[in-house]
Design a protein around this ligand. Structure first.
Ligand SMILES: [Zn+2]
Length: 674
């Protein structure tokens, strides 16, 4: 043990001089961690020492520090996480059959203040640690700790602490833990992590506020995370036969007896996760961006999935190319993709800086794109939350919703489907193209909320633990993802690209808010999109426009009879034609309308969509044969696309019903696979 420590400290000293990844810091680097950790694979525990250097960027004198102790969410059934989630996440339950071993926790054994505001100290803070519950009154929740300091961290001052802690990993659950009898570890949310101090003017703290505040939420049933950027240097000791993957760049690997120690280093990230397993097969590839920047890709595969390394690499390369074009360059030099055991389970489909977990199945047919979808999605989080570090507790749509848009866009561009058949929305999206069934990723996303009832259940922007049960997926992923596609359809590709590139350039390595995004859209487009976002992000209104009716009345016939001639054109005279469009729900948006006549002519207009009905009347020798509202399906938020077209001779519109049935079947299939 001691020898291992000496070796790793030595290599750190060397590496600090030898390696600076970004000569000009990309981020403010407020929270910097130097962690030395040793994994006990038998006990499923990690013994570690963390040196935290934390900078106060505000003008406040701050009397306390606050920490996330995420693993305490799995300590017992009394945690807020357990009470809210019923002990399950994404359909995976904590495996209580394993008894005590299944539970997780984190214990701070000691906390020492090494220095404060530049002055060396040696003050034991261990007795100052107390659990607080800023979000609820659950006194049993131990996921946030507060520590009172002997004197405040001064404006622009710094506190350096040494924290010794022991983490007990749960049986893999809610993104972290052990599996396969200790032959697989996914180690995440595993160390005491300082909260974010928000100064006046930061995010939603008014500029006029007398002082700032800690933002350090408890671990909730659905919520993810929020943290400041910094430099991470982590030394990991594991049994010699374990393969390790982690956030950042591997700097050194040394063996001592039956163990080995690996040191990882990464600048300008806000989290660190790692994995260890003797079962992994390691694959490597690389991606070169258009400006010459090289990214090393590492795939840690379960042995039975080795033939799918290429699928994972291809998905990530596609996503990298797309993101570079639509957002900006991925600046880091590595990306590690972990294929967790048990086809994903509680560890699959998660993202940490430069480190993602995907998930696949043995011999998964190429036509089922779940592996590509999950790989693209988790990679996308390198941008949405990874670099654009919004508060995932409070505004989850900024990461999950925007990232769903990224996922849909990448799937649409790169995975057109093997059969070449068009999906129901007529575009190239592809979630599944297998055994003659073809379903687009967009349709899958839409299906989650495309009834007025489900669309109106909740608003998008609210703390995620306050969503109505089951609302997290719909209102953090599907609806905002579809809203972003709708915005893209309205703006067109070029303008949308400028909006997103501007948003990324302005807010990368910062903590953007919904308001920041809306301001960016308004500024770049020169139009006021506030009403659009107010409706879809902050209210529960649904959008549904329809063609209500078409009537063709021959002029020489009795009005009251309202009988249309069977002839397509009326030789004796004109038709009086009436086409009625309808706004069936509360949301308002300008709509393209179109009427087609039997002589091949067409009428087009843009209706402002404000009134409940819009009536168009024509006097023509040809009959109206069809009418359309939003015929290009720009407004994918429309909860019912079936009623967007009407032909004078009704034709079947049963396709959507059929598609929705298939979606139900498909979701069950995914659950079955998972
Ligand atoms: Zn996600």
């Amino acid at each position: 043990m001691k020898l291992a420590l000496a070796v790793s400290f030595l290599s750190f000293a060397v590496s600090l001089q030898a390696q600076t990844q970004f000569p000009t810091p990309l981020s403010p680097r407020l929270a910097n961690y130097d962690i030395t950790a040793r994994l006990d694979v038998e006990k499923r525990t990690i013994d570690a020492t963390e040196i935290l250097s934390w900078k106060n960027h505000s003008n406040d004198a701050i009397p306390d520090l606050q920490f996330h102790l995420y693993l305490n969410a799995f300590k017992n059934e009394k945690s807020t996480f357990f009470k809210e989630s019923g002990g399950q996440l994404r359909g995976v339950k904590l495996d209580q059959a394993e008894g005590e071993m299944a539970w997780g926790s984190i214990e701070i054994e000691s906390m020492k203040l090494l220095s404060l505001n530049g002055n060396e100290t040696n003050i034991d803070l261990t007795k100052q640690i107390r659990f607080i519950q800023p979000d609820d009154d659950n006194k049993d929740d131990q996921t946030v700790a507060q520590v009172l300091l002997p004197s405040p961290v001064l404006p622009k001052g710094e506190a350096k602490l040494e924290i010794k802690f022991k983490s007990k990993l749960p049986k893999i659950f809610a993104r972290t833990g052990y599996a396969a009898n200790g032959k697989f570890f996914l180690v995440a949310q595993w160390f005491p992590k300082i909260g974010v101090y928000e100064a006046p003017g930061d995010r939603y703290v008014p500029l006029t506020a007398p002082q700032g505040r800690w933002n350090c939420h408890q671990f909730h049933g659905n919520s993810e995370f929020f943290a400041d950027f910094g430099i991470y240097r982590v030394s990991i000791t594991v049994p010699k036969n374990y393969v390790v993957g982690a956030t950042g760049v591997l700097q050194s690997e040394t063996e001592q007896g039956e163990e080995k120690t690996l040191v990882y280093y990464q600048e300008d990230v806000h989290d660190f996760a790692w994995t260890a397993s003797p079962l992994f097969q390691v694959f490597e590839d690389s991606y070169q961006s258009k400006n010459g920047h090289r990214v090393k890709l590492i795939f840690l595969s379960q042995p039975q999935h080795a033939d799918q390394a290429e699928r994972h690499f291809a998905a990530v390369k596609n996503a990298l190319e797309w993101a570079e074009e639509w957002l900006g360059v991925y600046p880091y030099s590595t990306l590690t993709i972990v294929d967790p055991c048990y086809g994903g389970g509680g560890a699959g489909g998660m993202e940490y800086p430069t480190f993602i977990t995907a998930g696949t199945f043995w011999k998964l047919p190429l036509g089922i794109k779940t592996t590509e979808i999950v790989t693209v999605h988790e990679f996308g989080h390198q941008y949405f939350y990874g670099m654009l570090a919004n508060n995932e507790f409070e505004e989850a749509w900024l990461d999950e919703g925007m990232n769903t848009w990224l996922e849909l866009s990448v799937m649409r561009r790169y995975y057109a489907g093997e059969s070449g058949k068009k999906s129901a929305l007529g575009d190239k999206t592809s979630a599944i193209d297998f055994l003659g069934i073809r379903i687009g990723d967009v349709e899958q996303s839409r299906s989650a909320y495309s009834s007025p009832e489900s669309a109106k259940r909740d608003t998008i922007v609210k703390p995620v633990w306050t969503y109505k049960r089951g609302g997290y997926g719909t209102f953090s992923y599907n609806k905002p993802g579809t809203m972003m596609l709708t915005l893209e359809n309205i703006l067109g590709e070029d303008l949308m690209k400028t909006v997103m590139r501007t948003y990324f350039e302005r807010f990368k390595f910062k903590h953007p808010t919904t308001r920041d995004f809306i301001r960016t859209v308004n500024e770049v487009t020169g139009k006021d999109f506030t009403p659009f976002f107010e409706q879809f992000l902050y209210s529960t209104v649904a959008l549904d426009y329809a063609v209500q009716s078409i009537s063709n009345v021959a002029s020489d016939e009795d009005d009251e009879a309202n009988v249309a001639s069977d002839d397509e054109t009326n030789a004796k005279g004109d038709y009086r034609i009436k086409v009625v469009f309808e706004r069936k729900e509360e949301a308002i948006a300008p709509m393209d309308v179109r009427v087609k006549f039997s002589d091949g002519s067409e009428f087009r207009d843009v209706w402002d969509g404000v009134a409940r009905y819009k009536v168009y009347e024509f006097q023509k020798s040809a009959k109206a044969v069809a009418a359309y509202i939003d015929s290009e399906n720009k407004h994918l938020l429309d909860v019912n696309l079936n009623n967007n077209a009407l032909t004078a001779k009704p034709e079947t519109t049963g396709f959507w019903k059929w598609a929705m049935n298939i979606m139900f079947w498909l979701q069950n299939l995914f659950l079955f696979f998972a």
